[in-house]
Design a binder for this molecule. Structure first.
Ligand SMILES: [Zn+2]
Length: 432
């Protein structure tokens, strides 16, 4: 073994679509997988009774919303839709101090690592400690919390200007304020210089068509394209949002984007719950990606996105996020991507590979597709990729008694985070 390499061997390793026995990974000092071999030499780290999988990539999170878990679950008459939840979120937003934000982000990121998420796309719009000075102090707080946790983070820096189409920001929303493009890009560049490579990267996140005026959205996307940055935007999560955009633009949000922006593989739309099949197919054909957040969408009662054959079968098109972090279990998140469609269609196997398997496709959505959506090169165990993994305990009661051929199906459809006992980010073990 060459100097500077660390060798890892688990009982089983997920390689190119299946679990293989006797695999050794050589990880370089740069945190990347240097080689995948079959050596029987004792490794530096022997993972007995463990299987090794690529770390989950959580494409869409608002870490601070973890503090809302268990809140906003009281439903007086005529209350309890998305918009009443949003009021609860705004109350939290008004109160949060920098120290509280740091603490909740740490908890969110630590809990993500505990359930095998090694990369998070943090869609960050809660910018200001002092909204009058527009200090963007909270941007640094999130990056600090991520660095302390050791999670890989793609900071998706949000542009947020209006509190609804053409409406001024009000109350807690003033903490989100990016008043113009010049100030946004100034902060973007400042933050880009403060990132801690290789674990921290940055992308562009116009919040939604409700929160970003037309001219600003066009200009943001042009600049993002010139810089080769990924662009993430909430699209068609709520019917009321679609109505609001239709009233102002004469058409649905995604339809307008398709007709007016140069959409390609750098674009990820979040939720897309009420998107028409035609618009979804056109977006995916242009290379665009769709990020579903099944547990949050379920908790908020957003509705159920009809997965079109085009989105499901296009390689790299579907990825997953934990959004409000009301529940952190990425296995569960992935299984509900499929289960929700089973309930809707009264049929099984809505998302499946060409040979009819569900679990490997779900894993692909939760790893490689997510990395692509965040503009990262990870998401699989292969030479040259970052050494981002998680381990499962094969002796955990939820995994005992099954053949290895079914192990991924058992984990993703029948078990969950309780069987996950270790996470490694860029070659550094964070847990287990
Ligand atoms: Zn969101």
């Amino acid at each position: 073994v060459a100097a500077g390499l660390t060798t890892i061997a688990a009982e089983f390793t997920w390689l190119a679509g299946r679990f293989e026995r006797g695999v050794r990974l050589d990880v370089g000092a740069d945190g990347r997988i240097a080689r995948v071999t079959r050596s029987s030499e004792p490794p530096d780290r022997k993972l007995t009774g463990r299987a090794l999988l690529p770390g989950f990539v959580n494409v869409h999170s608002h870490a601070f919303q973890r503090a809302l878990r268990g809140r906003g679950e009281l439903f007086p008459p005529a209350m309890g839709d998305f918009w009443s939840w949003r009021e609860a979120m705004y109350r939290l937003v008004e109160e949060l101090t920098a120290a509280e934000l740091k603490a909740v982000c740490r908890l969110a990121f630590d809990e993500m690592l505990a359930c095998g998420i090694t990369t998070v796309g943090e869609f960050h719009y809660l910018h200001h400690d002092d909204p009058l000075r527009r200090d963007f102090a909270f941007d640094d707080v999130v990056l600090e919390a991520a660095a302390e946790s050791g999670i890989r983070i793609a900071m998706l820096l949000s542009y947020y200007k209006t509190g609804g189409v053409g409406k001024p920001l009000a109350g807690g929303q003033r903490r989100f304020d990016t008043p113009d493009l010049a100030e946004y890009w100034r902060q973007f560049d400042r933050l880009a210089r403060r990132l801690r490579p290789p674990l921290q990267t940055i992308g562009v996140a116009p919040h939604s068509m409700r929160a970003v005026p037309e001219a600003d959205l066009r200009a943001l996307c042009r600049e993002a394209a010139a810089r080769g940055l990924v662009v993430h935007i909430h699209v068609e999560e709520q019917r009321q949002e679609i109505e609001e955009v239709r009233a102002a633009y004469g058409t649905n949000p995604l339809r307008w984007m398709l007709d007016n922006l140069a959409l390609d593989e750098r674009f990820t739309i979040i939720h897309s719950t009420h998107t028409t099949p035609r618009d979804a197919a056109e977006f995916v054909a242009a290379g665009g990606r769709v990020c579903y957040c099944p547990l949050t969408e379920g908790n908020l009662g957003d509705g159920l996105a009809p997965h079109t054959p085009a989105t499901v079968t296009t390689p790299g098109a579907v990825c997953v996020g934990t959004d409000s972090n009301v529940r952190l279990d990425f296995c569960e998140e992935l299984r509900w991507l499929e289960f929700a469609q089973r309930l809707r269609l009264e049929r099984r196997g809505a998302l499946k590979t060409s040979d009819g398997r569900v679990a490997p496709l779900l894993l692909e959505c939760g790893t490689r597709n997510g990395a692509l959506a965040l503009g990262l090169d990870g998401g699989e165990i292969a030479p040259g990729r970052p050494a981002d993994f998680f381990t499962i305990d094969l002796n955990h009661v939820s995994l005992r008694g099954f053949a290895v051929e079914n192990l991924l199906d058992v984990l993703l459809l029948g078990a969950g985070r309780e069987a996950i006992d270790g996470a490694c980010v860029n070659g550094v073990w964070r847990r287990g």
